[in-house]
Design a protein around this ligand. Structure first.
Ligand SMILES: *Cc1c(COP(=O)(O)O)cnc(C)c1O
Length: 503
């Protein structure tokens, strides 16, 4: 073939290779060898340029939704993946669509609403308390509009964010004063740092708790710059242990609720009342960390009695700290209640500024606390207590309806059965209390069912609203106690895609 024909042929190939269409070359087709060489550059086999893809419909929509910069970098990454992994190229249109899809996936929120069917009502990993509707509305208002966060509407002068909560917390607990910080861990850190910095804090050995790994009392104390003075033994601590520990460097007694464990058998614990007498004599404050902290008598809900915040103050605690999102049933917060002179010291600590709560949570907490003014209505309006008090018959009926509704989607690979099970409160509240409940157990119909059950759990987690249950070696158990939106659950379940090597 003449040289100029060959050159023209290659120029044609190179030119066309930049464009996303089929082509025919006219002239010089008689040359087999050139065609072979040219086939390396066949358009179906080459990657379109970023510029070409950006012109496609998919990329154009992507630019409108996600902006040019994000789209270009996604297209670039896509082309580079194809090049690196030597993937058979796709059409320019398909590239555009793929880029759009990738951007859409990345725009999905990672914090997802889920169905908590673990049977643990206050599950720390699943966000603890579900808030009352009135708290949700209050939080929404606080997000949408300017609020009187630190503004006194009576005087027109600067106010304090604690002003919105102090009154109601004192009303409900009988405390002189109150303040609120980010969570109970912060509350404890702040109390210790404000009252015992550079001095000693006395704690019983039996109460040196660890909660969820990251909260360990001795570590919190050292960060609060107070020296931990342990007294007693793991199982027995006596009044004389506390008395003997008091010296010129003693700043306070700290009594900690052993939230997630109990010490049983040959034990001795100094009560709040006894300890407060010793503290009074020594002229130091008694601080009680109640952990969950409840404002109402839990026997009302058929649970074991937990000392309430009011009872702890009455027994002589000078300060009490507790969480907002455990048994209180509100947003994450740490409440500190007690003697005014001590709260004033806490408020003067510059660390308080770093632990303060925002307007959204103040609004939600205020609305949650308002519900406690009428204790009769708590079981109805606070979701935590609604779940706690739900009757096992009611739960079982729901489980039966759900089992019937979801069994077609599960197919013949699994069997479904309604069972009795036990729920718990969680978050270290009443660790030994089990609440009779009902749920659905899903077992594999296969011989070696373990893997298929894991794949089923994964499929449940991939649902539009992921479903979190308890997976054991032989079964997936879905405790129905916390399921309020039954229709939503069934509709969500229809999207299940059972995929995996065993399914
Ligand atoms: C849960 C708990 C805490 C920590 O409270 P958060 O609100 O999770 O920070 C501290 N002390 C005790 C005894 C607890 O049970």
């Amino acid at each position: 073939m003449a040289r100029e024909v060959r050159d023209a042929f290659f120029k044609f190939i190179v030119d066309r290779a930049r464009m996303p269409c089929d082509f025919t070359f006219e002239g010089g087709l008689d040359c087999e060898r050139s065609m072979k060489k040219a086939s390396v550059l066949r358009p179906s086999n080459r990657l379109p340029s970023v510029g070409e893809i950006m012109e496609s419909a998919g990329a154009t929509t992507a630019v409108e939704r996600f902006g040019r910069q994000a789209t270009v970098s996604t297209v670039r990454a896509l082309v580079s993946d194809f090049r690196k992994q030597k993937i058979q190229p796709i059409s320019v249109e398909k590239f555009g669509e793929r880029a759009f899809a990738n951007l859409e996936i990345r725009a999905q929120p990672l914090l997802k609403p889920i169905f908590n069917l673990t049977g643990v009502i206050l599950h720390t990993n699943l966000g603890r308390a579900v808030l009352p509707e009135s708290a949700v509305s209050a939080a929404l208002e606080a997000m949408r509009r300017p609020v009187s966060l630190e503004f006194d509407l009576d005087t027109g002068e600067r106010g304090e964010r604690d002003d919105h909560l102090r009154g109601i917390i004192c009303d409900l607990t009988g405390a002189e004063d109150a303040t609120v910080v980010n969570n109970n861990a912060a509350a404890l850190l702040l109390v210790l740092n404000s009252l015992a910095r550079g001095k000693e804090s006395v704690v019983s050995r039996g109460e040196l708790i660890e909660i969820g790994g990251s909260f360990r009392l001795p570590e919190i104390m050292s960060r609060a710059s107070t020296t931990l003075r342990e007294v007693g033994t793991t199982n027995r601590t006596h009044q004389k242990d506390y008395t003997a520990a008091v010296g010129p460097r003693t700043a306070l007694f700290l009594k900690v609720h052993t939230s997630n464990y109990v010490i049983k058998g040959f034990t001795r614990e100094v009560t709040t009342q006894e300890l407060s007498l010793i503290a009074n004599k020594a002229g130091i404050p008694l601080v009680c960390d109640l952990g969950s902290g409840t404002l109402v008598n839990l026997e009302r809900f058929g649970l074991a009695h937990e000392t309430t915040v009011t009872e702890t103050l009455k027994a002589g605690a000078d300060l009490v700290t507790f969480s907002g999102d455990k048994l209180l049933g509100g947003p994450q917060a740490g409440l500190i209640v007690g003697k005014r002179s001590l709260i004033e010291k806490i408020n003067k600590n510059p660390m308080k500024r770093a632990m303060r709560v925002d307007k959204i949570r103040i609004a939600a907490l205020e609305a949650t606390l308002q519900l406690y003014r009428n204790p009769e209505s708590i079981a109805q309006h606070i979701p935590t207590f609604r779940s706690v008090t739900r009757s096992v018959e009611n739960i079982r009926e729901s489980a039966q309806r759900v089992a019937v509704a979801i069994s077609p989607a599960i197919g013949s690979l699994f069997s479904i059965e309604v069972i009795d099970c036990e729920s718990e409160i969680g978050s270290g509240a009443l660790p030994l209390q089990k609440i009779a409940s009902a749920g659905i157990v899903i077992r594999s119909s296969m011989k070696r069912g373990g893997k298929s059950l894991q794949q089923l759990s994964a499929a449940l987690r991939r649902l539009p609203f992921p479903v979190i249950g308890r997976t054991t070696k032989n079964a997936v158990v879905l405790d129905m106690r916390c399921l309020e939106d039954e229709d939503g659950f069934v509709a969500n379940f229809r999207h299940i895609k059972l995929t995996g090597p065993e399914l």
